[in-house]
Design a protein around this ligand. Structure first.
Ligand code: SF4
Ligand code: MG
Length: 306
């Protein structure tokens, strides 16, 4: 499918110039590159401006409740491991109310991707300080400088155990699409942190602000290699990733860490509990009454996507 084929009929309800448009286009491009089947791809979000994204993509989607996109998505993936499951959300949704869930996804290493669209404010509720807003900054909707220390999403993701960790910038659509596609392809829990400026409420961390600071890891260091290829180099690769993740004056973009040697939750479940897990997941079993199919689920999904 082409990128345009993933576009849903509904036009995005975002302010003109919002960084989220870039992430949306990157999602279309990544899905097209991977040729994802819309009926077997599930986008899950919580609440916030960014969490509207699944409304604009022609796949199965769930716009869940605030902060709970990750547990819904884990449930969907574990109920039917053949699905491609992607979570999208903002810094408020995934780092504050949903922060706990994100940690536990990382340590489980369920095979799915999370895209964090970070603008450091709660855009939907008119610009309050989000959990990634640096301490001391005063964005226009708050009366005083931010008193709270900011969360570093990549540091959190690495500590939690995510096995693919990357960062992009939403106005660089091509690069963002590449990292999203890699995250989806990755075997294990993948986390992509995207700087996605809020043009309406974050008057400090603007496009100009980011463009003065961002740089690409592989351009700054052509030897940059974040992939763990054997267990002996895991610690060294984590230390190299950490070294870059803690940079704050300049903001590195790219893949910080990738390790497919860690077994996924699904693989561990198969090894410990049930070697047949995933072969006939409940959602693929026919719903039957007296031996006759009662509901055609595939038809229901196909109708929704017409
Ligand atoms: Fe985007 Fe901010 Fe407008 Fe929300 S309020 S749509 S985050 S620019
Ligand atoms: Mg936000």
């Amino acid at each position: 499918m082409t990128a345009a084929k993933y576009r849903w009929v509904r036009a995005p309800e975002w302010c003109p110039g919002c960084g989220h448009f870039g992430v949306l286009q990157a999602v279309y491009n990544a899905f097209a590159e991977l040729d994802l089947d819309p009926a077997k791809t599930v986008l899950v979000s919580g609440i916030g401006c960014s969490s509207r994204l699944p409304h604009y993509v022609k796949t199965v989607s769930l716009h869940a409740i605030h902060g709970r996109a990750v547990p819904y998505a884990m449930g969907i993936k574990l109920a039917n491991p053949s699905l491609e499951v992607v979570v999208v959300g903002g810094d408020g949704d995934l780092m504050a109310i949903g922060g706990n869930h994100l940690l536990h996804l990382g340590r489980r290493n369920v095979d799915m991707a999370v895209i964090l669209m970070d603008n450091s404010v709660y855009g939907l509720t008119r610009g309050q300080a989000g959990p990634t807003l640096p301490a001391g900054l005063k964005v226009k909707a708050v009366p005083k400088p931010n008193l709270q220390t900011e969360i570093n999403p990549l540091l959190l993701a690495l500590t939690a155990g995510f096995t693919y960790i990357a960062r992009s910038y939403s106005y660089d659509i091509k690069y963002t699409a590449r990292l999203i596609a890699e995250a989806i392809r990755h075997r294990g829990s993948a986390f992509v942190h995207v700087y996605s400026p809020c043009v309406t409420y974050n008057n400090i961390m603007t496009r100009e602000w980011y463009e003065k600071r961002v740089y690409k890891l592989e351009e700054a260091d052509p030897q940059w290699d974040p992939v763990v290829r054997h267990e002996g180099e895991t610690e060294a690769k984590i230390r190299k990733a950490l070294d870059k993740i803690v940079e704050v004056d300049r903001l590195p973009l790219g893949v910080f860490y990738k390790n497919e040697l860690v077994p996924t939750f699904e693989e561990k479940y198969r090894a410990v509990y049930d070697s047949t897990y995933g072969n006939t997941p409940p959602p693929l079993q026919p719903i039957a009454r007296d031996g006759k199919p009662a509901v055609d689920l595939e038809k229901l999904v196909a109708d929704r996507l017409l």
